[in-house]
Design a protein around this ligand. Structure first.
Ligand code: PLP
Length: 403
Protein backbone atom coordinates (compact mmCIF):
# COMPACT_ATOMS: atom_id res chain seq x y z
CA UNK A 1 0.00 0.00 0.00
CA UNK A 2 2.88 2.38 0.67
CA UNK A 3 3.72 2.83 -3.01
CA UNK A 4 0.16 3.84 -3.80
CA UNK A 5 -0.14 6.14 -0.81
CA UNK A 6 2.91 7.98 -2.08
CA UNK A 7 1.06 8.69 -5.31
CA UNK A 8 -1.64 10.36 -3.23
CA UNK A 9 0.63 12.21 -0.89
CA UNK A 10 3.09 13.45 -3.49
CA UNK A 11 0.31 15.59 -4.96
CA UNK A 12 -1.01 16.90 -1.72
CA UNK A 13 -1.05 20.65 -1.41
CA UNK A 14 -3.72 23.14 -0.61
CA UNK A 15 -6.96 21.57 -1.78
CA UNK A 16 -9.21 23.84 -3.80
CA UNK A 17 -12.81 23.38 -4.80
CA UNK A 18 -15.55 21.66 -2.91
CA UNK A 19 -14.87 18.49 -1.00
CA UNK A 20 -16.98 15.71 -2.48
CA UNK A 21 -18.28 13.43 0.20
CA UNK A 22 -19.13 10.03 -1.23
CA UNK A 23 -19.17 7.89 1.91
CA UNK A 24 -22.26 6.00 3.05
CA UNK A 25 -22.95 8.21 6.02
CA UNK A 26 -22.94 10.73 7.36
CA UNK A 27 -24.20 12.27 4.15
CA UNK A 28 -24.27 15.60 2.38
CA UNK A 29 -26.38 18.20 4.13
CA UNK A 30 -28.48 20.44 1.87
CA UNK A 31 -27.70 24.16 2.19
CA UNK A 32 -31.22 24.94 3.42
CA UNK A 33 -30.80 22.39 6.22
CA UNK A 34 -27.41 23.87 7.11
CA UNK A 35 -29.07 27.28 7.35
CA UNK A 36 -31.90 25.86 9.44
CA UNK A 37 -29.59 24.29 12.00
CA UNK A 38 -27.64 27.56 12.35
CA UNK A 39 -30.18 28.62 14.94
CA UNK A 40 -29.67 30.52 18.15
CA UNK A 41 -30.24 28.72 21.44
CA UNK A 42 -33.83 28.60 22.61
CA UNK A 43 -35.54 27.19 25.68
CA UNK A 44 -36.32 23.65 24.68
CA UNK A 45 -39.46 23.64 26.82
CA UNK A 46 -40.82 26.87 25.33
CA UNK A 47 -44.07 26.53 23.33
CA UNK A 48 -42.50 27.81 20.08
CA UNK A 49 -39.80 25.19 20.15
CA UNK A 50 -42.20 22.43 21.20
CA UNK A 51 -44.29 23.22 18.12
CA UNK A 52 -41.20 22.95 15.87
CA UNK A 53 -40.14 19.75 17.60
CA UNK A 54 -43.56 18.12 17.31
CA UNK A 55 -43.88 19.10 13.65
CA UNK A 56 -40.51 17.49 12.98
CA UNK A 57 -41.45 14.28 14.79
CA UNK A 58 -44.78 14.10 12.94
CA UNK A 59 -42.82 14.41 9.69
CA UNK A 60 -40.45 11.68 10.80
CA UNK A 61 -43.46 9.43 11.47
CA UNK A 62 -44.72 10.06 7.94
CA UNK A 63 -41.33 8.96 6.57
CA UNK A 64 -41.40 5.88 8.83
CA UNK A 65 -45.01 5.34 7.78
CA UNK A 66 -46.06 4.87 11.35
CA UNK A 67 -48.62 6.25 13.74
CA UNK A 68 -46.82 4.84 16.75
CA UNK A 69 -44.59 6.34 19.44
CA UNK A 70 -41.11 7.63 18.49
CA UNK A 71 -38.47 8.03 21.23
CA UNK A 72 -35.49 10.24 20.45
CA UNK A 73 -32.03 10.35 22.01
CA UNK A 74 -29.05 12.68 21.78
CA UNK A 75 -26.85 9.91 20.44
CA UNK A 76 -25.71 8.37 17.18
CA UNK A 77 -27.20 5.10 15.95
CA UNK A 78 -25.39 3.05 18.58
CA UNK A 79 -27.46 4.80 21.24
CA UNK A 80 -30.71 3.83 19.54
CA UNK A 81 -29.52 0.22 19.25
CA UNK A 82 -28.80 0.17 22.96
CA UNK A 83 -32.01 1.94 23.95
CA UNK A 84 -34.10 -0.47 21.90
CA UNK A 85 -32.63 -3.56 23.52
CA UNK A 86 -32.75 -2.08 27.02
CA UNK A 87 -36.37 -1.00 26.78
CA UNK A 88 -37.70 -4.25 25.33
CA UNK A 89 -35.76 -7.07 26.96
CA UNK A 90 -34.72 -8.58 30.29
CA UNK A 91 -31.43 -10.13 31.44
CA UNK A 92 -30.94 -13.56 29.88
CA UNK A 93 -33.57 -13.11 27.17
CA UNK A 94 -32.60 -14.71 23.87
CA UNK A 95 -32.48 -12.67 20.69
CA UNK A 96 -31.92 -13.89 17.16
CA UNK A 97 -29.60 -11.62 15.17
CA UNK A 98 -29.84 -12.09 11.42
CA UNK A 99 -26.22 -11.85 10.32
CA UNK A 100 -25.58 -9.40 7.53
CA UNK A 101 -22.16 -7.89 8.16
CA UNK A 102 -20.22 -5.59 10.44
CA UNK A 103 -23.27 -3.76 11.75
CA UNK A 104 -25.24 -6.89 12.65
CA UNK A 105 -22.08 -8.19 14.35
CA UNK A 106 -21.69 -5.00 16.35
CA UNK A 107 -25.34 -4.91 17.41
CA UNK A 108 -25.01 -8.56 18.51
CA UNK A 109 -21.83 -7.78 20.45
CA UNK A 110 -23.69 -5.01 22.24
CA UNK A 111 -26.61 -7.30 23.06
CA UNK A 112 -24.23 -9.85 24.60
CA UNK A 113 -22.57 -7.16 26.74
CA UNK A 114 -25.99 -6.03 27.95
CA UNK A 115 -26.66 -9.52 29.31
CA UNK A 116 -28.78 -11.01 26.54
CA UNK A 117 -28.33 -14.47 25.07
CA UNK A 118 -27.39 -13.87 21.46
CA UNK A 119 -28.23 -16.44 18.82
CA UNK A 120 -27.12 -15.73 15.29
CA UNK A 121 -28.70 -16.74 12.02
CA UNK A 122 -25.47 -17.13 10.06
CA UNK A 123 -25.04 -15.73 6.58
CA UNK A 124 -22.52 -15.41 3.81
CA UNK A 125 -21.92 -11.62 3.82
CA UNK A 126 -22.02 -11.52 0.02
CA UNK A 127 -25.50 -13.11 -0.17
CA UNK A 128 -27.19 -12.36 3.12
CA UNK A 129 -29.24 -14.76 5.22
CA UNK A 130 -31.62 -17.29 3.72
CA UNK A 131 -35.22 -16.66 4.64
CA UNK A 132 -35.90 -20.43 4.61
CA UNK A 133 -33.19 -20.86 7.26
CA UNK A 134 -34.83 -18.14 9.34
CA UNK A 135 -38.18 -19.89 9.05
CA UNK A 136 -36.58 -23.19 10.15
CA UNK A 137 -34.84 -21.58 13.13
CA UNK A 138 -38.08 -20.00 14.28
CA UNK A 139 -40.06 -23.21 13.83
CA UNK A 140 -37.46 -25.13 15.86
CA UNK A 141 -37.82 -22.67 18.74
CA UNK A 142 -40.97 -24.37 20.00
CA UNK A 143 -40.63 -22.97 23.50
CA UNK A 144 -40.49 -19.46 22.05
CA UNK A 145 -37.29 -18.65 23.89
CA UNK A 146 -36.36 -16.10 21.23
CA UNK A 147 -37.87 -12.82 22.39
CA UNK A 148 -36.72 -10.65 19.50
CA UNK A 149 -35.50 -11.07 15.94
CA UNK A 150 -33.06 -8.28 15.07
CA UNK A 151 -32.28 -7.32 11.50
CA UNK A 152 -30.21 -4.65 9.82
CA UNK A 153 -32.45 -3.65 6.93
CA UNK A 154 -29.60 -2.22 4.89
CA UNK A 155 -26.16 -3.53 5.85
CA UNK A 156 -24.06 -0.44 5.24
CA UNK A 157 -20.83 -2.43 5.44
CA UNK A 158 -21.66 -4.77 2.56
CA UNK A 159 -24.21 -2.90 0.45
CA UNK A 160 -26.88 -5.53 0.89
CA UNK A 161 -30.53 -4.93 1.75
CA UNK A 162 -32.89 -7.53 3.21
CA UNK A 163 -36.64 -7.62 2.65
CA UNK A 164 -38.45 -6.78 5.89
CA UNK A 165 -41.80 -8.16 4.62
CA UNK A 166 -40.10 -11.52 3.93
CA UNK A 167 -38.77 -11.57 7.48
CA UNK A 168 -42.20 -10.65 8.87
CA UNK A 169 -43.71 -13.46 6.80
CA UNK A 170 -41.19 -15.96 8.22
CA UNK A 171 -42.24 -14.99 11.76
CA UNK A 172 -45.92 -15.18 10.92
CA UNK A 173 -45.48 -18.46 9.03
CA UNK A 174 -43.84 -20.04 12.07
CA UNK A 175 -46.48 -18.53 14.36
CA UNK A 176 -43.60 -17.12 16.39
CA UNK A 177 -44.39 -14.30 18.82
CA UNK A 178 -40.90 -12.71 18.91
CA UNK A 179 -40.65 -8.97 18.45
CA UNK A 180 -39.27 -7.85 15.10
CA UNK A 181 -36.65 -5.12 15.54
CA UNK A 182 -35.25 -3.45 12.43
CA UNK A 183 -32.28 -1.12 12.04
CA UNK A 184 -33.15 1.29 9.22
CA UNK A 185 -30.22 3.61 9.79
CA UNK A 186 -29.07 3.54 6.17
CA UNK A 187 -32.40 2.78 4.47
CA UNK A 188 -34.85 5.29 5.94
CA UNK A 189 -35.38 8.13 3.49
CA UNK A 190 -33.55 6.17 0.77
CA UNK A 191 -35.87 3.29 0.03
CA UNK A 192 -39.16 1.94 1.23
CA UNK A 193 -39.73 1.47 4.96
CA UNK A 194 -43.33 0.89 6.06
CA UNK A 195 -43.36 0.27 9.75
CA UNK A 196 -47.07 -0.22 10.38
CA UNK A 197 -48.00 -1.99 7.15
CA UNK A 198 -45.06 -4.39 7.44
CA UNK A 199 -45.66 -5.15 11.11
CA UNK A 200 -42.28 -4.04 12.41
CA UNK A 201 -42.44 -3.80 16.21
CA UNK A 202 -39.53 -1.40 16.64
CA UNK A 203 -37.45 0.58 14.17
CA UNK A 204 -34.07 2.13 14.86
CA UNK A 205 -32.94 5.16 12.87
CA UNK A 206 -30.54 8.08 12.94
CA UNK A 207 -30.34 11.66 11.75
CA UNK A 208 -27.24 11.53 9.58
CA UNK A 209 -28.09 9.47 6.51
CA UNK A 210 -31.30 9.58 4.48
CA UNK A 211 -32.62 12.40 6.65
CA UNK A 212 -29.67 14.56 5.50
CA UNK A 213 -29.00 16.06 8.93
CA UNK A 214 -25.85 16.34 11.00
CA UNK A 215 -25.11 13.39 13.28
CA UNK A 216 -26.71 14.03 16.64
CA UNK A 217 -29.98 12.31 17.27
CA UNK A 218 -31.19 8.78 16.84
CA UNK A 219 -34.52 7.23 17.64
CA UNK A 220 -36.69 4.17 18.09
CA UNK A 221 -40.20 3.95 16.75
CA UNK A 222 -42.14 1.52 18.92
CA UNK A 223 -45.40 -0.19 18.02
CA UNK A 224 -48.05 -1.52 20.45
CA UNK A 225 -46.41 -4.93 20.91
CA UNK A 226 -43.12 -3.24 21.71
CA UNK A 227 -44.82 -0.91 24.19
CA UNK A 228 -46.37 -3.94 25.91
CA UNK A 229 -42.95 -5.64 26.07
CA UNK A 230 -41.50 -2.44 27.51
CA UNK A 231 -43.90 -2.79 30.43
CA UNK A 232 -42.13 -5.93 31.62
CA UNK A 233 -38.57 -5.38 30.31
CA UNK A 234 -36.02 -5.42 33.13
CA UNK A 235 -32.65 -4.54 31.54
CA UNK A 236 -31.04 -1.67 33.45
CA UNK A 237 -31.45 1.71 31.79
CA UNK A 238 -31.57 5.34 32.78
CA UNK A 239 -30.85 7.87 30.04
CA UNK A 240 -32.62 5.72 27.49
CA UNK A 241 -35.69 4.85 29.61
CA UNK A 242 -38.87 5.24 27.55
CA UNK A 243 -41.09 5.38 30.66
CA UNK A 244 -39.15 8.40 31.90
CA UNK A 245 -39.47 9.96 28.45
CA UNK A 246 -43.23 9.55 28.36
CA UNK A 247 -43.47 11.94 31.31
CA UNK A 248 -41.52 14.67 29.52
CA UNK A 249 -43.05 17.37 27.31
CA UNK A 250 -41.19 15.97 24.28
CA UNK A 251 -42.03 12.34 25.12
CA UNK A 252 -38.29 11.85 24.39
CA UNK A 253 -34.85 12.90 25.70
CA UNK A 254 -33.94 12.32 29.32
CA UNK A 255 -31.76 15.43 29.26
CA UNK A 256 -30.95 18.38 27.04
CA UNK A 257 -32.71 18.43 23.69
CA UNK A 258 -30.42 19.12 20.69
CA UNK A 259 -32.67 21.96 19.58
CA UNK A 260 -30.89 23.06 16.43
CA UNK A 261 -31.27 19.62 14.86
CA UNK A 262 -35.04 19.99 15.01
CA UNK A 263 -35.02 23.19 12.99
CA UNK A 264 -33.04 21.07 10.56
CA UNK A 265 -35.47 18.14 10.77
CA UNK A 266 -38.38 20.36 9.90
CA UNK A 267 -36.50 21.51 6.79
CA UNK A 268 -35.31 18.05 5.76
CA UNK A 269 -38.85 16.68 6.07
CA UNK A 270 -40.02 19.61 3.94
CA UNK A 271 -37.41 18.79 1.28
CA UNK A 272 -38.29 15.07 1.27
CA UNK A 273 -42.02 15.78 1.00
CA UNK A 274 -41.52 18.47 -1.64
CA UNK A 275 -39.74 15.89 -3.79
CA UNK A 276 -42.17 13.16 -2.69
CA UNK A 277 -41.14 9.95 -0.94
CA UNK A 278 -41.65 7.83 -4.06
CA UNK A 279 -39.54 10.23 -6.12
CA UNK A 280 -36.83 10.17 -3.44
CA UNK A 281 -36.77 6.37 -3.65
CA UNK A 282 -36.75 6.44 -7.47
CA UNK A 283 -33.80 8.87 -7.43
CA UNK A 284 -31.88 6.61 -5.05
CA UNK A 285 -32.62 3.60 -7.27
CA UNK A 286 -31.48 5.47 -10.40
CA UNK A 287 -28.25 6.73 -8.84
CA UNK A 288 -27.48 3.32 -7.33
CA UNK A 289 -27.90 1.62 -10.69
CA UNK A 290 -25.48 4.12 -12.26
CA UNK A 291 -22.88 3.25 -9.63
CA UNK A 292 -23.41 -0.47 -10.16
CA UNK A 293 -23.02 -0.14 -13.92
CA UNK A 294 -19.73 1.66 -13.37
CA UNK A 295 -18.45 -1.06 -11.04
CA UNK A 296 -19.62 -3.75 -13.46
CA UNK A 297 -17.54 -2.09 -16.19
CA UNK A 298 -14.49 -1.92 -13.89
CA UNK A 299 -14.91 -5.59 -13.03
CA UNK A 300 -13.66 -6.50 -16.51
CA UNK A 301 -9.97 -7.32 -16.79
CA UNK A 302 -10.18 -8.99 -13.34
CA UNK A 303 -10.94 -5.68 -11.70
CA UNK A 304 -12.94 -4.77 -8.60
CA UNK A 305 -16.49 -6.06 -8.37
CA UNK A 306 -19.75 -5.44 -6.55
CA UNK A 307 -19.44 -7.14 -3.17
CA UNK A 308 -23.10 -8.19 -3.02
CA UNK A 309 -23.70 -11.11 -5.36
CA UNK A 310 -27.49 -11.26 -5.14
CA UNK A 311 -28.92 -8.61 -7.48
CA UNK A 312 -32.29 -8.85 -5.70
CA UNK A 313 -30.53 -7.60 -2.58
CA UNK A 314 -28.44 -4.79 -4.06
CA UNK A 315 -28.61 -1.77 -1.79
CA UNK A 316 -29.85 1.48 -3.27
CA UNK A 317 -27.96 3.56 -0.73
CA UNK A 318 -24.43 2.10 -0.73
CA UNK A 319 -22.29 -0.09 -2.96
CA UNK A 320 -19.37 -1.98 -1.46
CA UNK A 321 -16.66 -2.63 -4.04
CA UNK A 322 -14.47 -5.70 -3.57
CA UNK A 323 -10.84 -5.24 -4.58
CA UNK A 324 -9.05 -7.86 -6.67
CA UNK A 325 -6.85 -10.18 -4.64
CA UNK A 326 -3.57 -8.54 -3.61
CA UNK A 327 -4.81 -4.95 -3.96
CA UNK A 328 -5.54 -2.66 -1.07
CA UNK A 329 -8.75 -0.65 -0.93
CA UNK A 330 -7.07 1.89 1.36
CA UNK A 331 -4.63 2.83 -1.41
CA UNK A 332 -7.55 3.73 -3.68
CA UNK A 333 -9.24 5.72 -0.92
CA UNK A 334 -6.03 7.56 -0.11
CA UNK A 335 -5.59 8.66 -3.72
CA UNK A 336 -9.25 9.65 -4.07
CA UNK A 337 -8.92 11.76 -0.94
CA UNK A 338 -5.42 13.18 -1.44
CA UNK A 339 -5.49 13.82 -5.19
CA UNK A 340 -9.15 14.37 -5.94
CA UNK A 341 -10.66 15.60 -2.67
CA UNK A 342 -13.24 12.82 -2.68
CA UNK A 343 -14.11 10.85 0.47
CA UNK A 344 -15.07 7.20 -0.04
CA UNK A 345 -16.07 4.78 2.71
CA UNK A 346 -13.61 2.13 3.88
CA UNK A 347 -14.03 -1.56 4.58
CA UNK A 348 -15.28 -2.43 8.06
CA UNK A 349 -14.37 -5.33 10.31
CA UNK A 350 -13.23 -8.34 8.34
CA UNK A 351 -13.65 -6.34 5.10
CA UNK A 352 -11.03 -3.76 6.11
CA UNK A 353 -8.73 -3.05 3.13
CA UNK A 354 -10.70 -5.53 1.02
CA UNK A 355 -13.54 -3.23 0.04
CA UNK A 356 -14.19 0.46 -0.35
CA UNK A 357 -17.70 1.82 -0.31
CA UNK A 358 -19.44 4.37 -2.47
CA UNK A 359 -22.33 6.05 -0.68
CA UNK A 360 -25.22 7.11 -2.88
CA UNK A 361 -27.76 8.35 -0.43
CA UNK A 362 -29.18 11.60 0.78
CA UNK A 363 -28.80 14.95 -0.95
CA UNK A 364 -27.31 13.70 -4.19
CA UNK A 365 -27.66 13.96 -7.95
CA UNK A 366 -26.18 12.39 -11.08
CA UNK A 367 -23.37 14.90 -11.40
CA UNK A 368 -22.21 14.32 -7.83
CA UNK A 369 -22.25 10.56 -8.41
CA UNK A 370 -20.27 10.98 -11.63
CA UNK A 371 -17.72 13.08 -9.73
CA UNK A 372 -17.23 10.27 -7.24
CA UNK A 373 -17.06 7.62 -9.95
CA UNK A 374 -14.55 9.71 -11.91
CA UNK A 375 -12.35 9.96 -8.82
CA UNK A 376 -12.57 6.18 -8.30
CA UNK A 377 -11.74 5.42 -11.91
CA UNK A 378 -8.68 7.71 -11.84
CA UNK A 379 -7.61 6.36 -8.46
CA UNK A 380 -7.81 2.75 -9.64
CA UNK A 381 -5.53 3.68 -12.52
CA UNK A 382 -3.07 5.58 -10.33
CA UNK A 383 -3.01 2.78 -7.77
CA UNK A 384 -2.19 0.26 -10.49
CA UNK A 385 -5.35 -1.77 -9.88
CA UNK A 386 -6.42 -3.81 -12.93
CA UNK A 387 -9.87 -2.85 -14.13
CA UNK A 388 -12.08 -2.67 -17.16
CA UNK A 389 -12.37 0.68 -18.90
CA UNK A 390 -15.45 2.85 -19.15
CA UNK A 391 -17.08 2.81 -15.71
CA UNK A 392 -17.96 6.49 -15.76
CA UNK A 393 -19.15 6.19 -19.36
CA UNK A 394 -21.42 3.28 -18.38
CA UNK A 395 -22.94 5.37 -15.60
CA UNK A 396 -23.44 8.32 -17.96
CA UNK A 397 -25.12 6.05 -20.51
CA UNK A 398 -27.49 4.82 -17.80
CA UNK A 399 -28.25 8.30 -16.50
CA UNK A 400 -29.04 9.61 -19.98
CA UNK A 401 -31.19 6.56 -20.78
CA UNK A 402 -33.07 6.68 -17.47
CA UNK A 403 -33.45 10.47 -17.16
N1 PLP B 1 -26.44 0.54 11.83
C1 PLP B 1 -26.13 0.83 10.56
C2 PLP B 1 -26.84 0.09 9.47
C3 PLP B 1 -25.16 1.78 10.28
O1 PLP B 1 -24.86 2.07 9.01
C4 PLP B 1 -24.52 2.45 11.35
C5 PLP B 1 -23.49 3.45 11.07
O2 PLP B 1 -23.09 3.71 9.97
C6 PLP B 1 -24.86 2.11 12.65
C7 PLP B 1 -25.84 1.16 12.85
C8 PLP B 1 -24.21 2.75 13.81
O3 PLP B 1 -24.63 4.07 13.86
P1 PLP B 1 -23.72 5.24 14.44
O4 PLP B 1 -22.41 5.18 13.73
O5 PLP B 1 -24.53 6.46 14.06
O6 PLP B 1 -23.60 5.05 15.89
Amino acid sequence: MDGETDVAESHMGPIRGRHLFAGPGPTNIPDSVLHAVAHATVDFNAPDFLATFRAGVEGLKRILRTHHEVFLYTASGHGAWEATLQNLLSPGDAILMIESGYFSETWALMAGKLGLEVRTLPADWRRGAEIAALARTLAEDRAHRIRAVCVVHNETATGLALSLPEIRAALDGAGHPALLLADTISSLGCFDVRMDEWGIDAIVGGSQKGLMLPTGFSFTAAGPKAMAAHGTARLARHYFDWSAMLNRPHRSFVGTVPVTLFYGLQESVRLIEEEGLEAVFARHARLAEGVRRAVQAWSGNQGPEIFCIDPARYSNSVTAVLMPEGHDAEAVRAIARGRFNVALGGGLGRLERKVFRIGHLGDLNETMVLGALGAVEMSLKLAGVPHGAGGVAAAMAWFTASA
